[in-house]
Design a protein around this ligand. Structure first.
Ligand code: 16G
Length: 242
């Protein structure tokens, strides 16, 4: 395939698709180098500026990455997160990664006005506040901040969460089955604290998620989480009836 100069599609976008096809066809894998901007320009008869625009785009999409002085390489594919009421553990296992969690904060706090409103509980009522760094194959992926009313899981704080799924503990120890949920996802910028935890430069793009999970009509968890946008993408099936 070649660039079509008569196409209404800008050349840098045509080159993007050609390069992605070429990577698949030639069987390039993660960390393999792609040809230099000069070689690509010559191969597709394009200016260096157009080629750079394409490479910039593919880098910002997380498909390629640059190493100064070395070249441009194929990036690892992003992890797909399903928009289901699944736990991090389930989601990672289903995708072939080893899930992990490191406790950052675990304490009982009085529900703030926001938490109380979101969870439909009285302001000031006690909630378990759990902050965890979530990992996949030991790589930091997300900072999750969960709030769970003490009234529904009184001694949750006595259960270790290392190596065990929160949703599994809620089900097995407290008989709480999550039956519905809602989630909002926004683009965001990593603050200094989360950047340090996730091993990212301050100001990196993230996916900010707020999830409310319900069991028998009551709000069980309000989770406010920060996921790395360079390693994560959301995947959902589309239903024409919704
Ligand atoms: C998911 C949930 C989180 C929940 C966690 C439990 C989001 C986006 N996702 O990551 O709310 O606390 O699963 O995971 O908020 P676990 O059962 O593996 O501990």
């Amino acid at each position: 395939m070649a660039i079509d100069p008569a196409s209404p599609v800008p050349k840098y976008l045509q080159l993007r698709d050609l390069l992605l096809d070429w990577i698949v066809e030639t069987g390039l894998s993660v960390d393999d180098p792609v040809p230099s901007e000069r070689e690509l320009g010559a191969r597709y008869d394009l200016s260096r500026m157009t080629v750079r625009q394409t490479i910039d785009l593919l880098c910002s999409e997380g498909k390629l990455y640059r190493v100064p002085g070395k070249g441009t390489f194929v990036a690892r594919p992003k992890i797909e997160m399903s928009l289901a009421l699944a736990s991090f553990t389930q989601d990672m296992l289903a995708r072939g990664y080893r899930p992990g969690a490191r406790d950052l904060i675990r304490r009982i706090i009085p529900a703030s006005g926001h938490i109380a409103r979101m969870m439909d509980i009285p302001p000031g009522s006690p909630v378990h506040h759990i902050e965890r760094l979530r990992t996949a194959d030991d790589e930091p992926m997300a900072v999750e901040r969960s709030n769970i009313p003490v009234s529904i899981a009184p001694n949750l704080d006595s259960y270790s969460l290392s190596g065990r799924s929160l949703y599994q503990i809620l089900e097995q120890e407290f008989g709480i089955l999550l039956d519905s949920g809602e989630q909002t996802i926004e683009a965001g910028i990593c603050d200094a604290a989360d950047a340090r935890l996730l091993g990212l430069p301050h100001g990196s793009p993230v996916l900010s998620m707020q999830r409310r999970s319900f069991g028998k009509g009551a709000c069980v968890e309000l989770a406010i989480s920060t996921y790395r946008a360079d390693r994560y993408q959301l995947h959902s099936r589309l239903d024409p009836r919704q």
